[in-house]
Design a protein around this ligand. Structure first.
Ligand code: MG
Length: 266
């Protein structure tokens, strides 16, 4: 079952979340043609080291027998790559979309956030994919205040994406977060057959979850590359990913990975 956090603990998680936001400011500013995904990862590895915090992604074990642990502090997934892309020598090009996911642990508390950045000018349809993906995360955060159960929020997310002609990835879900990056509950971005298999949960003060919709321009299905990490869309069409770590409080949703003034991806 999910763990509820005290206001003091949520305050500590906010400090970790703010560092994740700052890391994203560095990463986002580096997204331009000619920069490699490995250079962006290196910059964030130095940033986390300078702050004496533990990067959450490096050395995460592979879920498949014999698969390699994750080798970097960020997942960087370009264009048709959905999530879990491995940074390396790939040079970004004008028109690419670049999903960057990263997290850190400060004084034993975790923060996790992702955003998809445009590299220069992107096609109008790709720009619309970014807008819808960013907006569906914000919609979820806004609806957390009104809804009692997560499934009500998830249903609205799924319908919003479908209404805009895109599809929600169902192979991956968000997660509870606290002392560890991945805690209960699972946080799906859709309802129906698959959510009944995972448990629905109440939106109670003290709940802290990482909400991370992945939206595909084409069909929802994904496949894994031979590196045993990178997930790509089966149809090769682009995909976008936005994530915030969010606490439910008596005063409403509190975005722990927002900027110092509460700035979000929107
Ligand atoms: Mg996450």
């Amino acid at each position: 079952m999910e763990i509820l956090r005290s206001p003091r603990e949520i305050g500590l998680m906010r400090k970790a979340g703010l560092l994740v936001w700052e890391a994203h400011q560095i990463a986002g500013a580096m997204v331009r043609p000619g920069v490699t995904t490995g250079e962006i990862d290196g910059a964030l590895e130095r940033f986390f080291a300078e702050h004496g915090v533990v990067p959450l992604f490096k050395h995460v074990p592979n879920s498949q027998e014999g698969g390699p642990p994750f080798p970097a502090v960020t997942c960087i997934s370009v264009n048709e790559e959905v999530v879990h892309g491995i940074p390396g020598p790939r040079k970004l090009a004008e028109g690419d979309i670049v999903s960057i996911d990263t997290g850190c642990k400060l004084d034993g508390w975790c923060g996790d956030a992702a955003a998809t950045y445009a590299c220069g000018a992107v096609r109008p349809e790709v720009g619309r994919l970014l807008d819808v993906s960013r907006d569906v995360l914000q919609l979820a955060i806004d609806e957390m205040e009104r809804c009692r159960w997560w499934s009500e929020v998830a249903g609205q997310m799924e319908r919003f994406v479908r209404r805009h002609g895109f599809s929600m990835v169902e192979a991956f879900v968000g997660h509870g977060i606290g002392r560890d990056m991945h805690e209960d509950p699972q946080v799906p971005n859709f309802t129906g057959r698959r959510i009944r298999r995972t448990a629905d949960f109440r939106l109670m003060p003290g709940l802290v979850i990482a909400i991370e919709p992945m939206v595909n321009m084409g069909r929802k299905t994904v496949r894994q590359l031979a590196d045993r990490w990178t997930q790509v869309t089966r149809d090769g069409k682009p995909s976008a990913h936005f994530e915030h770590t969010v606490a439910v409080t008596a005063e409403g949703p509190y975005i722990l990975t927002a900027g110092p003034q509460g700035e979000t991806w929107s």
